[in-house]
Design a protein around this ligand. Sequence first.
Ligand code: G3I
Length: 377
Amino acid sequence: MLRTLASLAAAFCLLFTGACSAGPAPLRDAYRPHFLVGTAVNTRNYADENSEEARLVKTHFKVLTPENIMKWDALQPLPGQFDFRAADRLVEFARKNQLYVVGHTLVWHNQTPDWVFEGEAGRPPTRELLLARLRAHIDAVLGRYKGRVQAWDVVNEALNEDGSLRDTPWRRIIGDDYIEKAFEYARAADPAAHLYYNDYRLESPSKRAGAVALVKRLQIAGLRIDAVGLQGHVTLTQPSIQEQEDAILDFHRAGVKSMISEMDVDVLPSTKAWGDADIRLKEAADPAFNPYVSGLPPEIQSQLATRYADFFRMYLRQRDKIVRVTVWGLNDGDSWLNEFPIKGRTNHPLLFDRQNRPKPALQAIIDATKESRNAVR
Ligand code: G3I
């Protein structure tokens, strides 16, 4: 009843005054001439098509990345037993609302069931067996969603801080070329899909150099990589805008576009290195590290808005080198940063608050597009 009254009031406003808007203009429309904007979603965000959360998703974003339901442990928890139910619902929601989907993620050392790395009699599988499992997974998943999931994070977080390849079961069992193999299988399974490498802290020069080397390896092997995802888990102060811009320029020089694939701005203190998203990290709870339980003070809210706007001004400057910017979660209550690296904190890293109200950061990044329009004139 209330919803009907609200819809009637909105329709009246639109028809007779043309001026009643329920909040900021759609973010995705402001950025349409420049690059795509997306959000990570969990299943609650769109379970009810008429919920406020689903409305925000549809209004402000053009691309969805499932936060968890397309990881290996969700899609193939047991050998050969796929569970596509949750992913199917997401893909259908996207289709109905003309949204793109980025499949996240095919090859990762986390969220992969133990059986994948187990062979006969407690021994690890052979290289051939693990490659066959990888190919079967990619064929099944990309085969099912061909034409409905437009892009894939093929390999996630394969690099150490010094730019060398991380020691994971994938690498130990298959060898360094597990990355080439994953791209080869994905390209064969869906030739039209966009394929990405995705990692955190790529602003750090040594890790970035490792990613550039990885891109070159794929190119030399004749494998197309469409873009590199800089995850963009930043804080209020680190990295500098320049450091991230330098990374985008380096990838451009290597012949690939960039995207900011998991952006959020951590406002809480922590002892971990900025941007580190290694989910094994854990720090002890300490009230001093959880200062904004009852809300974000206005001065921090304003710093958050400025920080988002500074990044988006740079993205606008480099728009020809950027495919997309995705924020990692719809509202502050959804964010993984409430649990990482300390469990049970109250973080405020996103564009909408816990009540789904737009934060000043949203308006600030919309306004950044107006400045950029004026600068062009
Ligand atoms: O689904 C289980 C549930 O059954 C169980 O009761 C509950 C108890 O803790 O856990 C649930 O699983 C959690 C899952 O999220 C779904 O909510 C896992 O414990 C938790 O570790 C997992 O965290 C996700 C994390 O990746 C690990 O997969 C975060 O939501 C997700 O935001 C985060 O995303 C990653 C990207 O994939 C890669 N880049 C870094 C980024 C942040 O870590």
